[in-house]
Design a protein. Structure first.
Length: 135
């Protein structure tokens, strides 16, 4: 009920779409998606990313979060949560049908092409040329 009365940005929108549509575990989906959306939004909020990187004592905030999740044994790919590559396009379509607030225009990780790359969960250093997100 609460989420129905407020807006959510890209990260939350993607996670709820993936969890609700494909039955992925909610918290684990957030852990996988967060560094990707951070990387996508980084250019729009450089001061925020700089402060987060400084707080984590890393050069790159999205990479720091990705490596923290990996180091703690958390999931780093949508595939590891059971999402198939064939489902990515449908998830992207569902997630982007309604507008929502986001620091950067929401088209990067929400495109089927980018989601296919991001679903692999490889190390953060590999950036998607289309959206700047982790691939």
């Amino acid at each position: 009920m609460c989420l129905g009365s407020v807006g959510t940005a890209l990260h939350h929108k993607l996670c709820h779409t993936l969890s609700g549509t494909f039955g992925l575990p909610h918290a684990a989906t957030h852990a996988v998606v967060l560094p990707h959306v951070m990387a996508y939004n980084a250019a729009a909020v450089p001061d925020v990313m700089g402060a987060l990187a400084a707080a984590m004592n890393v050069d790159d905030a999205p990479g720091g979060v990705w490596h923290l999740v990996a180091r703690l044994g958390g999931p780093t790919s949508l595939a590891s949560l059971g999402l198939s590559v064939d489902d990515l396009g449908e998830g992207a379509e569902i997630a982007t049908t309604a507008s929502y607030p986001n620091p950067r225009r929401s088209r990067g990780p929400a495109s089927g092409h980018c989601w296919r790359a991001h679903g692999r969960g490889t190390a953060q250093e590999h950036r998607c040329r289309n959206c700047g997100g982790i691939s």
